[in-house]
Design a protein around this ligand. Structure first.
Ligand code: FMN
Length: 265
């Protein structure tokens, strides 16, 4: 069955499914397999140690598929001081179909990417991030619910995907993608019924994560998980351990401590 949506038309792909960007998983093998199956495969930019390594990976992926694929760039300068401008230069020079930007606004790259014909998708953890990204001129917004991302980090941001989606669709004029807790055709059908033209998936059986993820989940259920870094506006969900459990106290006692120093804990 062929499902034509604004996303399949925009990117020239067969199925309205995008592979989620995944650090240390989004190599050419993964991205090309998804693209060859008719979805949009995504290479993870930062999985490559340098922009030139990303260029080589893009070219390797092109040898494995003639279909469009994208690149994910997660911009977290405080945690990962990478050459973000260099990665974006490579994506533009290689004229990749789509850049998925997470973690920060893609505003400063919009002109460069559009001039190269690259579509820009922003991964937004809240409606306020989505509106800001739309104002910056992105082509697509991917709404990631609280179950998959805690990047909002403010009180009141703890809202799941299926609650945010019906609010996002009438509010945003660009196509909205559903991301998080979506692993089967049933969630895709639910997204389509809300006027959402695609969903991202990370847990397909194709992924080595199907097994690794299951084991990690089990471990998390045993040790528990909680949020870290929210006081610095850089929230992350981590497995509980002694250091991470100390953070709230450290933040209160030494508020002048910078995130970079605290990150070592
Ligand atoms: C192992 C793994 C690595 C991930 N790495 C990234 C990443 O580097 N950048 C990013 O934007 N999202 C990353 N994600 C998030 C996914 O792209 C996606 O948004 C999220 O997993 C969707 O939620 P779900 O797991 O409930 O389907 C990662 C997810 C997993 C499971």
């Amino acid at each position: 069955m062929v499902l034509k949506t604004r996303l399949t038309e925009m990117l020239g792909i067969q199925h309205p499914i995008i592979q989620g960007g995944m650090q240390y998983v989004g190599y050419a093998e993964m991205a090309s397999a998804v693209s060859n199956a008719g979805g949009l495969g995504v290479l993870t930019g930062l999985t490559q140690p340098s922009p030139e390594d990303l260029r080589a990976e893009i070219r390797r992926c092109r040898e494995m598929t003639s279909k469009p694929f994208g690149v994910n760039l997660t911009i977290l300068p405080a945690l990962i001081p990478a050459d973000y401008d260099g990665y974006v230069d490579v994506v533009a020079e290689e004229r990749v179909a789509l850049l998925e930007v997470a973690g920060a606004s893609p505003k400063k790259y919009m002109k460069q990417l559009h001039a190269a014909g690259v579509k820009v998708l922003h991964k937004s953890a809240t409606l306020r991030h989505a509106l800001k990204a739309q104002e910056a001129g992105v082509d697509l917004i991917e709404i990631v619910g609280y179950e998959a991302s805690i990047a909002g980090g403010q009180p009141g941001d703890e809202v799941g995907l299926w609650v945010v989606l019906p609010r996002a669709v009438p509010l945003l004029s660009v196509p909205v993608i559903a991301s998080g807790a979506s692993a089967t055709g049933r969630q895709l059908a639910a997204a389509l019924s809300m006027g959402v033209p695609a969903a991202t998936c990370v847990c397909a059986t194709l992924s080595p994560l199907a097994v690794v993820g299951g084991v990690c989940l089990l471990a998390l259920i045993i040790v528990g998980a909680h949020l870290l870094g929210a006081v610095w506006g850089l929230p992350t969900r981590v497995a509980s351990r002694l250091g991470s459990r100390c953070e709230p106290a450290i933040a209160v006692e030494t508020p002048q401590l910078m995130f970079e120093e605290q990150a070592r804990v």
